[in-house]
Design a protein around this ligand. Structure first.
Ligand SMILES: Cc1cc2nc3c(=O)[nH]c(=O)nc-3n(C[C@H](O)[C@H](O)[C@H](O)COP(=O)(O)OP(=O)(O)OC[C@H]3O[C@@H](n4cnc5c(N)ncnc54)[C@H](O)[C@@H]3O)c2cc1C
Length: 321
């Protein structure tokens, strides 16, 4: 973005969004669980659906590229940073409705796009509603989770989501039924479009259950994570998708790659499916480690590992353009 366009973007954003929510050159290492990556040219925090719409429309009018950011738990931002506007849909836009009874006996909960899965699964447990126990420990927002069709321990968003509302890149409000979301393994229609379509709310339908049983399941899943995953180190969860018929972590382990290191990034010694940024590495370190793991696993097993983490941004610095 040249300086004039950036000035114009900042001016237009400032007309609808409080100044304290708008930042220039915001370091993405602060906004991603991998704790690395260069700055976003302009980042704005969304506090409402109207602000998301205003930000999208401002960028659209100036032909500025838009990146949508949730909790940054599945994002690898290259060291040069992100060109254009990043819209952060997080804590400031995270309310959850009271449960609403549905004709089929289930109950609907609607969460704003920035609510975390932990918050939503806790709200479900508080209301004695089951079906979201699997999501309690996934550190993403509901927006990021429907985009990715996040899942764990035999459950996925696909099982519970009935309705999604969103804002199109040009500011139009749109909505998707369960079928229209076209959920698949770590996949939704939002990935296919390639456009920045901002999820503003997600509705799930859940059955009545026993609160103690629900809480016990959530605790057990979280304990399993703490035991088997490097949850205290910067990561993006499983770096690779599960290849058909295999587990990425098992393949990487069988190739003897636990502990393999490039600069500050290494293959976790606890769970080989997690590539961690344990020594303040760069995105270049992390990308080189991904490439090495892919190459060795392909040579030794014939299996191609595809990244699950979304790799975005520029190698060359976006600053000072
Ligand atoms: C320790 C750890 C454990 C994890 N365990 C799991 C697991 O068990 N299962 C699993 O599936 N994942 C897991 N993950 C990965 C991650 O938490 C999920 O993919 C999560 O759904 C990403 O949500 P997010 O809000 O962080 O999205 P981000 O990382 O911010 O973004 C991911 C993608 O979603 C898009 N996006 C984000 N918000 C919106 C929105 N409001 N509207 C439209 N698009 C949006 C972004 O543009 C981006 O393309 C784990 C990650 C970590 C760090």
């Amino acid at each position: 973005m040249n300086v004039n366009v950036r000035e114009q973007l900042l001016k237009t954003l400032g007309e609808s969004i409080p100044k304290k929510q708008i930042m220039e050159f915001a370091p993405m290492s602060r906004y991603t669980t991998l704790r690395l990556g260069g700055p976003a040219e302009v980042l704005c925090e969304a506090g409402s659906a109207e602000e998301i719409r205003a930000a999208l429309m401002a960028a659209h009018a100036l032909e500025v590229p838009v990146t949508l950011l949730g909790n940054g738990s599945n994002l690898l931002v290259r060291d040069g940073g992100i060109r254009g506007l990043v819209i952060h849909i997080g804590d400031g836009f995270s309310r959850i409705s009271d449960p609403i009874p549905l004709p089929d006996g289930r109950f609907a909960l609607t969460a704003q796009g920035g609510a975390t899965l932990t918050k939503l699964s806790n709200a479900a447990a508080d209301a004695g509603l089951k079906g979201l126990e699997f999501a309690a420990g996934i550190p993403g927002t509901v927006g990021g989770a429907v985009y990715m069709n996040a899942g764990a321990y035999g459950g996925e968003m696909k099982d519970v989501v009935t309705h999604v509302t969103a804002c199109e890149a040009d500011g139009r409000n749109v909505s998707y039924t369960h079928e229209e979301m076209q959920f698949g393994y770590r996949h939704s229609v939002l990935i296919d479009t390639g456009r920045p379509i901002a999820v503003t709310s997600v509705t799930v339908a859940l059955e009545k259950g026993d609160e103690d049983t629900i809480r016990t399941a959530m605790r057990e899943f979280n304990a399993r994570r703490r035991e088997k995953q490097p949850v205290t180190l910067p990561s993006c969860g499983s770096t690779f998708k599960r290849p058909e018929g295999y587990f990425a972590g098992t393949l990487i382990d069988q190739c003897g790659l636990k502990g393999l290191r490039v600069g500050g990034a290494s293959v976790s010694t606890l769970h080989a499916g997690f590539l961690v940024n344990d020594q303040q590495g760069t995105a270049a370190d992390y990308l080189a480690l991904i490439a090495q793991v892919q190459k060795i696993v392909l040579e030794k097993t014939g299996v191609t590992l595809e990244p699950e983490v979304r790799i975005i941004g520029e190698d060359a610095p976006v600053t000072g353009a």
